[in-house]
Design a protein around this ligand. Structure first.
Ligand code: CDP
Length: 787
């Protein structure tokens, strides 16, 4: 498809302005908390103040008696309806409201339903819970020790805090490569727990109509169809009576994929009371109890030859999953898609061993702007490569070039069995280095060091794996991963596209219309994109892990092509010629050799309802369910320049060059917006975001004073460039982009600081790189090296 042709219809390749922004910038969006229904009640949740305790008793009589309180619900009330526990997305069970024990600070213990949000909150104060405190485990290594107190004593046969063991790769080949290596570089690192922190917290308005049984759930979900089915299965409700409606969503970033107890309790309350029930969590509730991300303790080893050829990677990791194994990831993938740990390199062997630990922390493990644990893998390999370059005395850019998978090696099968579709890694890195002025900056770095100034250059060349996924390999809670699109062209040539994925700010209303515009020649402004209402959109698995473009984007393209095929038949009828004699140019069929004999797509659409040939079905509409043959593999190179103040440990980003390749770009401006957001999140994770716990299991990071997010003042300037290497199997060559920058960039920032401090002997600092940690690492290195 020659994308330049589609400018007049606002098609693929053009920076069409985001249609949805009109209502957003006018403050006219509709979020869940904007919904108010007649007779609506309000729910507030009582959460555990302690991290591990047996529940001795819950006395809710005073709360129940409070004027305005309609009901208090405890775990024991839910037992009667078989709803006290629910399945997680990783095949574990999770308490909806605690019955036996609380297992993390912030766990849901009871819910108050009241006439006003204030009465609901006041009711919480009057519930008296007696806790018998138990030893707390916040360290996954201690949790895995023999004899550690058992967190999940609710699970039959569970006699340790191990929640899974998993392995991939070829151990024997990897061991052999390590035996033969000239150099083995090691790095033990923790990718810390952080939180997606969407601007809008989670919430629901559950509206069960007692007379019809229709259950309408207005909720913050990235995966409305999956939620509908899981609610039907778990709650035993007839699926045709459940309608999940997701209005405007104020950011998800993976946080709005799981099913949270608040959703279940509000629905049960509406069902039992017969009135709509609203639950909107506050910021602290969101930070302490909803899906966290990362928390991987990784030991990586890289085997190399003396001249810098990578031979194998070996990883042992322990994941801290919190009290319930609730990672949002495909069923088969205990460590998400960590398989991508060989990165962008032609690595003959790999072996990964992983163990998951239950601890007294919130569950989650969501794909925070990441394709299921790819971020941790990408960070590890890029940090290892940096250290290998230092140990070998080879320039880090040159070491990467020597090992990149070459463009003529695609499709490339990695040592963990993933087939990378396409790439040109050398080009992306060279472009980034060129834009930075790499050689000049290295010379300046050397001069600065002589003057006692510490400049650093950090590189991260990442490969991502997005577009889950081929249904033979990927499912969420048993639901196969495909996606869908339904397209209806109306008689006047205007169209409605309904998609199974769910925008949370990515601009689908604009970009998906652009796909139809390119395929059918209908101006993108004439196409309304609908999503997020399970009664009125085709089934889909939702939006996370940058899957929308590779899956529903492909479905959109294919359904539009189906309609174009029918349009061709209609055009042949209108022009009284054969289909074979017709030529298509965006938006118009003309008779070959007689270009003045033509009909527009709008003429054809009108004929589909007013003048269709006998024997042909009327109308111009269709639906496609698309099961991708493979994942797509976006990639890029990020180069960061920093200056570190060794007296204070503060560091400042002076340049940040990002070269991204997500195949054919539908809307370059939106892609850049995605990358800006991702680079900011990557910077935040490298520099400041952290959820941690004290030894009693108190969560540190319960608000935005403790959990630091960068403001526009803190955020470095970004310089963006692109290459476009099409995916060979995607209908128009696109790959996903939504998360690449968050996945790829943290290692670039950290590598830059390590590069600056290398002369002092600093080889690792754990994220987030706060000034005090950087300063401490400098002092430790100075003491060690005597410098
Ligand atoms: O699944 P999610 O929407 O988060 O990620 P995505 O598929 O990477 O898309 C993010 C946004 O970037 C969407 O509006 C896409 O249509 C757009 N995009 C694009 O314009 N070109 C691409 N090659 C990939 C995404």
């Amino acid at each position: 498809m020659a994308v330049q042709e589609h400018e007049h219809v606002g098609g693929i390749g053009h920076s069409v302005k985001r249609r949805e922004d009109d209502r957003f910038i006018r403050g006219a969006g509709t979020y869940v908390d904007d919904i108010s229904l007649p007779g609506m009640l309000h729910m507030a949740i009582l959460r555990s103040p302690v991290a591990h305790a047996r529940i001795v008793s819950i006395d809710s009589s005073a709360a129940t008696a409070l004027p305005g309180v309609v009901a208090v619900i405890t775990g024991n009330d839910l037992v009667a309806h078989n709803l006290a526990w629910m399945p997680t997305l990783s095949g574990d069970t999770q308490a909806v409201l605690a019955t036996d024990k609380v297992r993390f600070q912030g766990q849901e213990v009871a819910a108050v339903i009241a006439e006003t949000p204030y009465a609901a909150r006041d009711g919480l104060e009057l519930i008296d819970v007696e806790y018998d405190e138990l030893p707390v485990l916040v360290n996954p290594f201690k949790a895995l020790e023999d004899g550690a107190p058992l967190i999940r004593d609710d699970k039959e046969g569970q006699d340790s805090n191990r929640c899974y063991s998993w392995e991939t790769g070829d151990k024997a080949a990897t061991d052999r490569a390590f035996d033969e290596a000239d150099l083995v570089v090691k790095l033990a690192t923790h990718y810390p727990r952080c939180h997606p922190s969407p601007l809008e917290t989670c919430g629901i308005v559950a509206d069960v109509n007692p007379s019809t049984g229709k259950c309408v759930l207005h909720m913050t979900s990235q995966a409305p169809h999956a939620i509908r089915t899981l609610f039907a299965i778990v709650a035993g409700l007839p699926e045709q009576n459940i309608q999940v409606k997701t209005p405007d969503i104020g950011g998800g970033f993976g946080n709005k994929v799981p099913i949270y107890p608040g959703y279940v309790v509000a629905t049960a309350a509406s069902l039992l009371i017969g009135r709509p029930v609203k639950w909107i969590e506050d910021r602290s509730e969101n930070l302490i109890s909803t899906g966290f991300a990362r928390d991987y303790h990784m030991q990586g080893e890289l085997a190399l030859t003396r001249d810098g050829k990578m031979k194998a990677i070996r990883v042992n990791l322990v994941s801290d999953n919190g009290a319930f194994f609730a990672d949002a990831q495909p069923s088969k993938c205990k460590v998400g898609l960590f398989h991508i740990v060989t990165g962008s390199y032609d690595m003959p062997a790999a072996h990964v061993v992983a163990e998951g630990a239950y601890t007294n922390k919130a569950p989650g493990g969501v794909a925070y702007r990441c394709s299921f644990r790819v971020t941790e893998a990408s960070y590890l390999i890029e940090r290892l490569v940096q250290n290998a370059a230092a140990e070998l005395g080879i320039d880090p850019a040159e070491l990467r070039r020597r090992n990149f998978i070459r463009s003529d090696q695609f499709p490339y099968t990695s040592a963990t069995g993933f087939v990378y579709d396409s790439g040109d890694y050398h080009r992306a890195l060279d472009l980034a280095l060129d834009k930075l002025g790499y050689d000049d900056l290295r010379a300046e770095q050397a001069r600065a060091r002589e003057q006692g100034r510490y400049l650093g250059i950090g590189i991260a060349s990442f490969t991502e794996v997005v577009g889950a996924g081929p249904s033979k390999d990927y499912d969420i809670a048993g639901l196969k991963m495909f996606d869908s699109a339904e397209l209806r062209v109306h008689p006047t040539g205007k169209a409605i596209l309904k998609i199974g994925v769910q925008t949370q700010g990515q601009g689908h209303e604009t970009t998906f219309a652009q796909i139809v515009a390119s395929e059918l020649g209908i101006p993108s402004t004439d196409i309304l994109v609908q999503y997020g209402d399970t009664d009125n959109t085709p089934y889909g698995l939702g939006t996370y892990a940058s899957r929308s473009t590779p899956t529903a984007g492909a479905a959109t393209s294919i359904v539009a092509r189906k309609l174009r095929d029918k349009a061709r038949k209609l055009a042949a009828h209108l022009l009284e010629t054969s289909e074979e004699d017709l030529e298509w140019e965006t938006g118009k069929f003309s008779v070959r050799g007689a270009p003045d004999r033509s009909v527009t797509i709008q003429d054809v659409a009108f004929a589909a309802y007013t003048n269709h040939p006998q024997g042909m079905e009327a109308g111009l509409e269709g639906v496609t369910y698309y099961d991708p043959p493979n994942m797509t593999y976006p990639f890029g190179s990020y180069v960061v320049a920093v200056e570190v103040d060794t007296d204070t440990g503060q560091w400042k980003v002076t340049r940040m060059i990002a070269v991204d390749d997500c195949g054919v770009r539908i809307n370059p401006m939106i892609v850049e917006g995605q990358i800006h957001g991702g680079l900011t999140e990557g910077y935040a994770i490298a520099a400041m975001e952290l959820i941690t716990f004290d030894e009693d299991g108190n969560c540190i990071g319960q608000n935005f004073l403790d959990y630091l997010l960068p403001t526009s003042w803190d955020t470095p300037p970004f310089e963006l460039y692109a290459t476009e290497t099409p995916s060979p199997h995607h209908p128009f060559g696109a790959k996903g982009v939504g998360e690449s920058a968050t996945v790829g960039s943290p290692a670039a920032y950290v590598n830059a600081v390590i590069d600056a401090l290398q002369p002092l002997g600093v080889t690792n600092i754990e994220m987030p790189l706060t000034a005090d940690k950087v300063w401490a690492a400098i002092q430790e290195a100075k003491a060690r090296t005597g410098s």
